[in-house]
Write a protein that binds this ligand. Structure first.
Ligand code: CP3
Length: 349
């Protein structure tokens, strides 16, 4: 028996019976909430990540204010490159920037070995404070970037249009790319194990840039390492969610990584994906995040069509197909959550 009072999310991840469809939203702890911006006003983003009380406060906000069925720890995927010694700057209009990206063997040599218990202790402390604040109301999700997505940031140094630098690396120096991916994977394994040990009830691996690769390169440079990570996790019954944005193909092979839940972006037809792989994994997704700009009638219509496409029975965790956008009205997010809670009972008789 789970000690969590509302364990719908965990049951749906395990494809056990639920009374209704659970919902949470990627990036739910963020700027669309005035209460987040109030905390953020007084601290920069990295300070917030490194201060357990602040991280816990904004993690719990969407549970209290929006009513989601799971919390996701406020942090960032880029804490890993930071722990490996890279200087991270969050530039207001540009997003995250690494002024000294990794481009060759000499740069790679500068990367430090990570002791998660020491270098990322602030994340583990944030989990402890968050667990207390949540008081077992809903499960807590921990996360990491997939090695490929982390490598992309480490090599590009910033967001990118063509990803030319990381592509040069995989085509011109695949040996170094694989060495780096292997090194990052080992850190991710330790990191996710520490998060589970600290009390996370599930973990999600974000492969935001999985979809920039061609199919064979995705399996070689991303999927291989996600598989290695999942095999290295020490868990009792904590589900693993893999979200690989833009990866719509060979889904049977994608889920062979060992995930319990496959996250889908909004370009996929969740019902068709269910027909192909729904007897092996639960599915998470996949409303277009921009639907939250529309009026409530449209939000209800589009949300219902995602639920109906999935169809009856358990194994669906409602979510957006990517992170919630920073300028959507919070009342629309609340409306979506309330709507799913009410309208999904019919699918679980
Ligand atoms: O989901 C949650 O609510 C938990 C918190 C969370 C953040 N980042 C907080 C954040 C999670 C799960 C992430 C993951 C993350 N970070 C990803 C993967 C998921 C995705 O969205 O694709 C990526 C690619 C990053 C890297 C990152 N961090 C970018 C590109 C940016 C800038 C863009 C932006 O949204 O501003 C960030 C900053 C960031 N991470 C913010 C938040 C709330 C905004 C910071 C601010 O307050 O200014």
């Amino acid at each position: 028996m789970s000690p969590i009072k509302n364990d719908l999310f965990l049951r749906a991840c395990r494809r056990e019976r639920t009374e209704r469809t659970p919902i949470w939203m990627m990036r739910q702890a963020g700027r669309y909430l005035p209460e987040y911006r109030e905390v953020r006003k007084n601290s920069d983003f990295i300070t917030m990540c490194k201060t357990p009380e602040l991280a816990a406060e904004v993690t719990v906000q969407p549970v209290d204010l929006i009513g989601v069925d799971a919390a996701i720890l406020f942090s960032d995927i880029l804490v890993i490159p930071m722990a490996m010694g890279m200087d991270l700057q969050m530039i207001e209009s540009k997003g995250p920037v690494f002024p000294k990206p990794i481009r060759n063997e000499a740069d790679a040599k500068e990367l430090k070995k990570v002791d998660v218990q020491k270098d990322l202790k602030y994340v583990l402390d944030a989990i402890e404070v968050t667990k207390k604040a949540l008081d077992n109301r809903v499960p807590l999700i921990g996360f990491s970037g997939a090695p490929w997505t982390l490598l992309t940031y480490m090599v590009e140094g910033k967001g990118s249009k063509n990803f030319a630098e990381v592509k040069k690396l995989i085509y011109n120096n695949p040996k170094l790319a694989h060495e780096l991916l292997d090194q990052i994977s080992d850190v991710v394994i330790d990191y996710l194990n520490a998060k589970i040990e600290a009390g996370c009830n599930a973990v999600q691996i974000f492969d935001t840039w999985g979809g920039i690769l061609s199919q064979s390169e995705f399996f070689e440079f991303s999927h291989h390492y996600i598989t290695k990570i999942i095999a290295g996790l020490k868990r009792t019954d904590e589900p693993v969610i893999v979200f690989a944005k833009g990866v719509f193909y060979k889904l049977k092979r994608v889920i062979s990584c060992g995930c319990d839940v496959l996250g889908l972006d909004w370009t996929m037809d969740i019902g068709r994906v269910r027909t192909r792989v729904g007897d092996r994994v639960a599915l998470q997704g996949n409303l277009d995040p921009s639907v939250l700009y529309a009026d409530k009638k449209i939000i209800a219509e589009k949300a219902l069509s995602v639920m109906q496409s999935y169809g009856e029975g358990t194994g669906h965790i409602f979510n957006l197909g990517h992170g919630i956008l920073p300028d959507v009205p919070p009342e629309n997010a609340k409306f979506l959550v309330d709507f799913i809670k009410e309208a999904s009972y019919d699918l679980h008789r």
